[in-house]
Design a protein. Structure first.
Length: 499
């Protein structure tokens, strides 16, 4: 039996092993800032949706595209972004894409045409599809696997989650000035990070062994299939679920996605090497990511409209009401890697998804005259705890045991699951809400109108709970250990590679 003193010495040794240089800290902060910026962008614009809709005269289905255009552009090319980072150089891809992100942010804050606004959101999503996996693989190739990488990834993913959560408050402040500032505020930050990145991100050489295969057709079919699927879901309530247009849209989208699967099995350098999913922990982590982010983004979309349109709260008051979740996520950053080390990523994923699902279920009690402390705050705290525990653990789980040559692929895959899951669940949510009537033209202060709007939004709230519980069941189900799991267990990670 190991003595307590021996365990203490081992713990001290492990802690002493994670001592980064100044250059590593600066590198990490540059990359983390960009992921936080991505998260801020999504949540800031979410807060501004009612104001955008009022000024540009957009309904719920159109507002959904302001969110979906970003996450769909993000999710559609993440795999290509991760692969190109491996093939062409992570630093180069990261800096070029961040420059495009800044330019699209500037344009989005200046336009008045809704179509152009949605287009700029899509371009920003495409740019983020390259910065996110490139930044992820910059970390995984500059920090050794094990405790050092776990700590770096925990900080990295917590920055993303914190940006997403705290963006609610920033978005509330910006929207109180003008919704346009939710777009423009990203510009100086992105420009500054480009300058710092040129100095602090080390130059890297492209993967010479993988030259000559960028799988453009794979990227095209994935993007086209996902766009078609989301568009069909959103337009189905208006067209009719049994209409020729809806059925044809689903059939065409599934055919294109089937073509994507065929292409991936035949090209030399596929966006997805499907063999990577045979490792049980990789597939399960990606499914958990779909449920986590898909349910949360849909919940935020509905709650943003509910608190402002039904209850009549200002953008800032709404943001402050959701602030506790952001503070919990941000405050967890220094401890996430220690929790993963002590309890293991799989266990934390389960605990996080349980808290998330419970938070959604409790929110279903909320009526048109809620008491914030008793009715809303418990859900917000549970959601913050759930996100803080599950988000970094899922990312660690998804990349553990993957060789450096495929870290960009693994990073792109987990973030694709996150964003594509968000786009699909949000599309289904919008379709359900739209199918239960329209909130346009109702008086927000009238009790009867408020009750009707709440009933319109309630099925979407239920869907968030169902998706989170489904992800929990997938993560909790027993899985057969793969060959690599039987041969090797990463020491000291609490079973990061196992389920």
């Amino acid at each position: 039996m190991t003595s307590p003193r021996t365990l203490e010495r081992a713990s001290e040794s492990a802690l002493a092993a994670v001592r980064w240089t100044r250059a590593q800290w600066l590198l990490l902060m540059v990359v983390c800032t960009v992921l936080a910026l991505d998260g801020l962008d999504v949540s800031m614009v979410g807060v501004a949706l009612p104001s955008i809709g009022q000024e540009l005269q957009l309904g719920t289905d159109s507002l959904q595209w302001i969110v979906s255009a970003y996450v769909l552009g993000y999710g559609s090319l993440l795999l290509l972004g991760g692969r190109l980072a491996d093939l062409l150089g992570r630093r180069r891809i990261f800096l070029i894409a961040l420059t495009v992100f800044a330019a699209a942010s500037l344009l989005g804050g200046l336009v008045n045409d809704p179509a152009v606004l949605i287009a700029t959101r899509f371009v920003k999503g495409l740019a983020a599809a390259f910065t996110a996996p490139a930044g992820f693989s910059i970390i995984t190739t500059n920090f050794a696997e094990g405790r050092e990488r776990n700590k770096a990834l925990s900080i990295f993913t917590t920055f993303g989650a914190s940006g997403f959560s705290l963006g609610l408050v920033v978005g509330g402040l910006m929207t109180s000035l003008s919704w346009r500032w939710t777009f423009l505020v990203s510009v100086p930050v992105a420009v500054a990070v480009v300058i710092l990145g040129m100095k602090f991100i080390p130059k890297d050489s492209p993967d010479a062994a993988a030259k000559g295969g960028h799988d453009v057709w794979g990227a095209v079919t994935l993007a086209a299939g996902m766009l078609g699927l989301v568009y069909t879901l959103v337009s189905a309530p208006e067209q009719g679920w049994g209409s020729v247009a809806t059925i044809a849209g689903f059939a065409a989208s599934l055919a294109i996605l089937a073509a994507f699967a065929i292409i991936e099995n035949r090209v030399k350098h596929p966006l997805i090497r499907f063999g990577i999913l045979r490792e049980g922990w990789v597939a399960r982590a990606n499914l958990a990511a779909v449920g986590l982010f898909g349910s949360y983004l849909s919940f935020q979309f509905i709650v943003t409209l509910f608190l402002q349109s039904v209850l009549g709260w200002s953008p800032l008051n709404m943001a402050l009401a959701l602030l506790p979740a952001g503070l919990i996520v941000a405050g967890s950053a220094p401890f996430a890697d220690r929790l993963i080390e002590r309890l293991g990523a799989p266990r934390l994923i389960l605990i996080g998804l349980i808290a998330l699902g419970l938070g959604y279920v409790l929110f279903l009690r909320v009526g048109t005259t809620p008491n914030y402390i008793l009715d809303i705050l418990p859900s917000i705290i549970l959601l913050g705890i759930g996100f803080a525990l599950a988000f970094p653990s899922i990312n660690v789980q998804a990349t553990a045991g993957i060789p450096n040559s495929e870290q960009g692929l693994a990073a792109g895959l987990i973030q694709t699951s996150t964003q594509v899951g968000a786009a699909l669940v949000l599309a289904v949510t919008t379709a359900i809400v739209s199918g239960h009537g329209t909130s346009q033209g109702t008086a927000a202060g009238a009790p009867a109108a408020a009750a009707a709007m709440l009933e319109q939004y309630r099925p979407g709230l239920i869907l968030s709970a169902v998706v989170a519980i489904g992800a929990l069941l997938v993560a909790a189900a027993p899985a057969r250990r793969s060959a690599s799991q039987r041969m090797e267990t990463v020491p000291g990670d609490g079973g990061v590679t196992g389920n």
